[in-house]
Design a protein around this ligand. Structure first.
Ligand SMILES: [Mg+2]
Length: 433
């Protein structure tokens, strides 16, 4: 229903909160007005907005009147905020129907405000909608004003706003029509730099994501596992310097990986166990994995780190599989070399495609999440690529970014409400908070 909250100011038909006699008199004027503006049309398109204190039976009552008047209903939207109802109908009124007076009487009897406005036409209201998700540590009226202003400047029309979460981040979802995705994104990016804003086409695939691929280091966990191993080996400084260069895209990933692994030569296997003890999951990681598993999604870790860690994470989190580099061990010690397939930037994207193909999931129905330069191809290949707390190089090119360090914010990007996550936890006997 277009123009939702602003409709009353657009119409030249005054609001009706009058005595019943003058309502009916006004009704006749309204009908005359609508007839005059739509004299040639057989069916008169009309917006009907009902507002007032919510109680059971209002929607049913209005629909009964529309049914009796043989009206068609093209669209219905209803919002209840703190006990106050706003209910909108886009209806087609057949010639000679006396709907308006019936509706006014209904409104008077139930202490509701009812407004009418002739609609220009009966459009197909659900075409080409965009979903805009806004996330921030808090969202002030000023920040929301910049978002809605940018949507308006882009020529978009907000059809619905829903709050998804207040913890650990605030998030709202806007359903927007009348503008294409790239155009909308352009306006939003330039006007809302202090919050995360994602634009996604509304459609079937957004609701049926089936495969998600997570980077591990600095995404699913807060650490870079090679740094944990290097700390054990006493070579942290040298290794960190190479890691930073690699993640910022300044040197080739495979070359940097081999150089760093060489600095681990001679480390014994017990050191891996000690390093594992220092692994810290990213806040929200368990929530996001648990929730996506409940939705039946396949969850795979694709890491430029090492199987020694990802295998443990598979066990710990109950995800489906992991792919990572394999450290060569001889006589209980790291040799400083790798065995098997090297997981670098190209391999990560290739793995996403292979896993999707193997599981018969179209790429449109995949999600990839990562923070580093070696995740860029994977983010690009996925239906939804999310740069999580990413380095600037990555954040700049990714379509969708989450800049706050809570991995469960990903769920809000998917339109999942915090309340529903918590409800599912409460109903799950195996869940311990
Ligand atoms: Mg990473």
């Amino acid at each position: 229903m277009s123009g939702g909250l602003h409709r009353a100011t657009k119409t030249n038909i005054p609001s009706r909160q009058l005595g019943i006699d003058s309502q009916v008199a006004d009704d006749a004027a309204t009908l005359a007005h609508i007839d005059a503006t739509h004299a040639t049309a057989d069916v008169r398109p009309m917006l009907v907005e009902v507002s007032g204190r919510d109680r059971p039976g209002i929607t049913t009552g209005v629909l009964a009147i529309l049914h009796r008047g043989a009206a068609t209903v093209e669209d219905i939207e209803q919002v209840v905020i703190r006990g106050r109802l706003t209910l909108g109908f886009l209806v087609g009124v057949p010639p000679g129907a006396n709907l308006l007076s019936d509706l006014l009487v209904f409104g008077w009897e139930h202490d509701l405000n009812i407004e009418f406005e002739p609609a220009p036409s009966l459009p197909s209201p659900h075409r080409d909608a965009q979903v805009v998700t806004v996330l921030g540590p808090e969202l002030s009226p000023g920040q929301l004003e910049r978002i809605t202003g940018a949507i308006a400047d882009a020529g978009g029309n907000i059809q619905r706003i829903e709050r998804l979460s207040r913890y650990p981040v605030w998030s709202y979802e806007f359903r927007v029509t009348g503008v294409d995705g790239p155009e909308l994104r352009k306006y939003l990016v330039s006007s809302a730099s202090d919050v995360d804003v994602a634009v996604q086409a509304e459609g079937l695939y957004r609701r049926v994501n089936r495969l998600i691929v997570f980077d591990v280091d600095s995404t699913l966990i807060r650490n870079e596992v090679i740094d944990l191993l290097a700390a054990e080996a006493g070579t942290l400084e040298e290794v960190s310097a190479i890691t930073d260069d690699a993640m910022a895209g300044r040197i080739d990933f495979e070359k940097s990986l081999r150089a760093r692994v060489a600095l681990l030569e001679g480390l014994d296997e017990a050191a891996i166990e000690r390093a594992w003890q220092n692994v810290e999951l990213t806040p929200g990681a368990r929530t996001v994995i648990r929730t996506l598993r409940r939705l039946g999604m396949t969850i795979v870790l694709v890491s430029g780190g090492f199987t020694a860690f990802t295998d443990r994470l598979v066990e710990e989190l109950g995800v489906d599989a992991a792919h990572a580099n394999k450290l060569e061990v001889r006589d209980g010690k790291l040799t400083g070399a790798l065995t098997g397939r090297i997981i670098d930037r190209a391999a990560k994207a290739q793995l996403l495609r292979e896993i999707a193909e193997h599981r018969e999931v179209p790429l449109d129905q995949t999600i990839a999440v990562g923070d580093g330069a070696n995740d860029l191809d994977m983010l690009d290949a996925a239906g939804l690529g999310v740069a999580f707390c990413a380095r600037p190089l990555v954040a700049d090119v990714a379509d969708t970014t989450l800049s706050l360090p809570y991995l469960d914010a990903l769920l809000f990007l998917l339109g999942i409400r915090r309340e529903h996550i918590e409800e599912a936890d409460e109903l799950d006997p195996s869940f311990e908070s």
